[in-house]
Every structure is written in C-alpha cells, then in structure tokens.
Design a protein around this ligand. Structure first.
Ligand code: DAH
Length: 341
C-alpha cells in the first residue's frame, strides 16, 4: 500500500504537470481525489490494513492527498497567471493614458441640490427621507388635504391598484418625520422625486424634484421662517437679491405664502419669479400626527413650526436660464457640458 501510494503521487504530479488548462486540471482532481478517484479508493482500503501499520499508512495517505491538493492549487494559479499575461500581450501598460471624453461632471440638478443641501445644513437642517410610493394618508390626509381636493383626483395623481400612490410632493416626508420623532425640535430637509400626471411640455414633467423643509419647536415664529428663507435664497442667488412673501393657500400651512425672488434674465428687466411655497404648520396637521402617534408631542397649543417646499428643476432653470425642462432629462452631452464645473 505504501508503494502504491507513492506511485499514485508520482502519477498525479506528472498528470498535473501535463495539464494545459483548467478543464484538464479538473480532470486530474476528479481522477485522483474525486469520489471514485484512485486516492479515495485506496483510502477505502484502510480498514484492511493491519493495526500496527495503520499509523504509517494513514500518514502517507494524508501526505499524498495534501501533495496533490497543493499541486492542483499551485498549477491553477500558474495557469491563471499565464492567461493574464496572454491577455495583456502586446499592450504597453506603461503608456500614459489619453485624455479622452473627460472624467465627466455632476448634472446641473445635482449641483443645485447639493448647493441647497449644503446651505441649509449650515443652518442646522438634517437630511430626512421617505418613500416615493406613499399612502394617501401620508401624502394628503395627514396634511389636512380633504378627500375632494383636486390634487387627489385620479386625473392628477398616479395611483397603484392597492390604493397607494406616487407621492405628489415631498411634503409627505414632513409627516413621516413627525410620526417617528422622539423629541423636539425637528429641523429637517428632504430632497427627492415627486410625481404628477402632468402633460409633458417645456415647463412640466411627470417626474420632478423637490426639496422640502420643516422646523418644529415650541416657539417657532413667522420671523424665523422669513429670516431662514431670505437668507437661503440670498445665498443661492446673491446677497442683494430681493425676496418677497406673497399670501397664498396651502392646506397644511396657515398662514401660507408663495416666495418670489426678483431676478433679471439675461438682457431683460428684473422681474418677480415664483420659487417656493411655505407657511406655518397648520395646527390641524399637528393634531392628526398626535392622533396617529397616540401621544401629544406636537401639542397644538404649544408647538409651532414652519415648512417650505421648492422645485429643484425650476430652480436649475431659473439659475441657468434654461427654457425647456426636458433638457434636464434628455442627457444630451452638448447641453450638459455647459454646466460642467
Ligand atoms: N407641497 C407643495 C407643492 O408641492 C409645496 C409646499 C408649499 C411645501 C408649502 C411646503 C409648504 O412645505 O409649506 O406644491
């Protein structure tokens, strides 16, 4: 048995030596170490070896098995190395790279979203998020938006068969955040996609991008709202920019405003451009959140807050004088290159 094992080892190593590819290597493994392989067959003969020889034969068996296994591993690495070398044959890997199409740049929308986030984070707002597939409650009911509100109409909103919907605004993240809050204050921003069944044209897409903001505490005032957003828009458009708050209506804020900034388009007189919606969180929203939470963290008697929402696509269009929103999703490099920084 000992000499048989020795000659098996010699035969296996010779076969390994001769193997030219991984298939041949696998065949060697199967022939010697496989279930029906010769080493396996010999090891089954162990039970017939006399007791006094068992130790020596067993050790030999292990030695042979290890030698073949290691031989296979080594050969495998050698074959792979040879294959790698062949793949780069004739290629001069020391040649410096060619500046080709460039390394790319951030999409103008990404740049503006990042600028908005950076500016608001400096003021203490933390990032929050919520799902794009929302429940009606998070998108509408909790935001004091009644069942007969036009925004909820099937003509305007994408509904799923199970009654959920593609969120029509990022304001649903306000609800998600307040629902899960452990304590006050809450100071969050939530950039993200929103969906509406709009006819696509130069100023409308059915998927667009918003940025939501919410600040809730014991004594948040309209002054805080104005100061925060005036500062924000002056950071974005320049220190001298005039910002005005025009009374408006949103179901989830009271009072509510639209924010206009006074900007000059190239070669034209400055004019007021609507840029965002905002307001003081309606106590009805706090009451609805408390009901869902089962506590009184957002006591409408003592809690106040402001919220705002702006369209990032619109912001990009205004900042860059882009006249057709569709450019933002067509990925035409000639268009995008103008905004590469
Ligand atoms: N959700 C509104 C929209 O999509 C925008 C908005 C208005 C958000 C007022 C707010 C807000 O947070 O306070 O038109």
């Amino acid at each position: 048995m000992l000499s048989e094992l020795d000659s098996l080892k010699t035969a296996a190593l010779a076969a390994l030596d001769a193997a030219q590819d991984e298939t041949a290597l696998e065949a060697v493994r199967v022939n010697f170490l496989g279930k029906k392989g010769s080493v396996t067959a010999l090891s089954q003969g162990m039970k017939d070896v006399p007791v006094e020889q068992k130790k020596e034969v067993g050790a030999k068996l292990n030695e042979v098995r290890t030698a073949i296994t290691e031989g296979i591993d080594t050969k495998k690495l050698a074959l792979q190395a040879a294959q790698d070398a062949k793949a780069v044959e004739g290629i001069d890997i020391t040649l410096p790279g060619r500046p080709g199409a460039g390394v790319g740049a951030l999409h103008p929308l990404t740049q503006i979203r990042d600028l908005a986030i950076r500016t608001l984070r400096r003021m203490g707002f933390a990032l929050a998020e919520g799902p794009e597939i929302e429940t009606e409650w998070h998108c509408f009911d909790a935001l004091n938006t009644p069942a007969d509100h036009p925004a909820r109409n099937e003509k305007d909103t994408f509904y799923l068969p199970d009654g959920r919907l593609l969120r029509t605004h990022t304001s649903s993240v306000q609800v998600r955040t307040m629902e899960a809050a452990k304590a006050l204050p809450i100071r969050i921003i939530a950039p993200g996609a929103a969906y509406r069944r709009d006819e696509i044209d130069a100023t409308h897409l059915s998927v667009f991008n918003q940025l939501e903001g919410l600040y809730v505490n014991q004594d948040v005032s309209l002054g805080d709202l104005k100061g925060t957003l005036e500062y924000f828009f002056r950071e974005i458009f320049g220190v001298g920019t005039a910002v005005r708050f025009r009374p408006h209506f949103f179901p989830f804020t009271e009072p509510s405003f639209e924010i206009d900034v006074k900007l000059e388009a190239k070669g034209k007189d400055a004019r007021w451009i609507e840029i965002a919606g905002c307001g003081m969180v309606d106590p009805a929203v706090f009451a609805e959140i408390n009901k869902a939470r089962g506590d009184n963290l957002f006591d409408p008697e003592t809690t106040t807050g402001f919220a705002f929402g702006l369209g990032l696509d619109r912001l990009a269009m205004i900042m860059h004088g882009i006249t057709d929103i569709r450019h933002l999703i067509e990925n035409d490099v000639r268009f995008l290159q103008q905004f590469a920084v």
